[in-house]
Design a protein around this ligand. Structure first.
Ligand code: AMP
Length: 225
């Protein structure tokens, strides 16, 4: 199988919260020269706004629940219309429900495109919890660190831009438990949706970030890219 005949590459990075989708996407977007589109990032940007929608999103995300399908799907449609998505994209955190998966199927079909592959990153729950509780994000450039696995040199500041490191408001133990419950109940069924379409490849998320990147690149190379 090959990537799009026009050289485009449309991938979905799928998996539970904390499996490393964001970390991997940050590397892959450079290697593959396609935009990284993460609904979590789009929502966090919307949360900054002091508007009724911003406040509503903040509450839902803080509880570890899912934002309504219609709102997220509208964001994705707008984002995929942007000109930089023409050569493909790396979707991260979307789709997260069957309804979203069907919406995406129709959206790409309407535009005469198709998804090249859905990569399901897998990791045991205990490992996920350890990764999420130690995760710290640079408030300025978005770089991701981990207190134990990838510690910043100066505990409180980003190695790259010296920005202040923060813990995400939904990386608390209560919110993590809810996010994992929501993943199993609402997101996991999406795996079968793509399995049926013959689009799914499962990749082991264990190991160092570089090891996981290499596994992902093997999948991409098998697509002819
Ligand atoms: P993430 O950065 O992907 O872990 O997303 C952070 C939070 O944003 C999630 O826990 C949800 O509350 C919300 N979110 C992100 N993507 C979606 C989506 N596709 N559908 C609904 N809610 C989402």
């Amino acid at each position: 199988m090959s990537g799009g005949t026009d050289g485009s590459l449309r991938l979905v990075l799928f998996g539970a919260p904390g499996v490393g989708k964001g970390t991997q996407a940050a590397v892959l977007k450079e290697k593959l020269a396609v935009p990284h589109i993460a609904t979590g990032d789009l929502l966090r940007a919307a949360m900054q706004a002091d508007t009724p929608t911003g406040r509503q999103i903040r509450k839902i995300v803080g509880r570890g629940e899912l934002v309504p399908d219609a709102l997220v799907s509208r964001m994705i449609e707008e984002r995929l219309t942007a000109s930089d998505s023409g050569r493909g994209f790396l979707l991260d955190g979307y789709p997260r429900t069957l309804e979203q998966a069907v919406f995406l199927d129709r959206l790409v079909e309407r535009r005469g495109m198709r998804l090249d592959r859905v990569i399901n990153l897998e990791l045991p729950a205990a490992e996920i919890i350890g990764r999420l509780t130690g995760r710290r994000i640079c408030g300025a450039c978005g770089a991701i660190f981990h207190l134990r696995f990838d510690p910043p040199q100066d505990g409180a500041r980003c190695d790259r831009c010296r920005g202040e490191l923060r813990q995400r408001s939904d990386d608390t133990e209560t919110a993590i438990a809810e996010r994992l419950r929501v993943y199993r109940a609402q997101t996991e069924p999406v795996i079968e949706h793509y399995e049926t379409q013959g689009l799914l490849t499962t990749v082991d998320g264990n190991g160092s970030p570089a090891e996981v990147t290499e596994r992902l690149m093997q999948v991409v190379r098998a697509l002819g890219r």
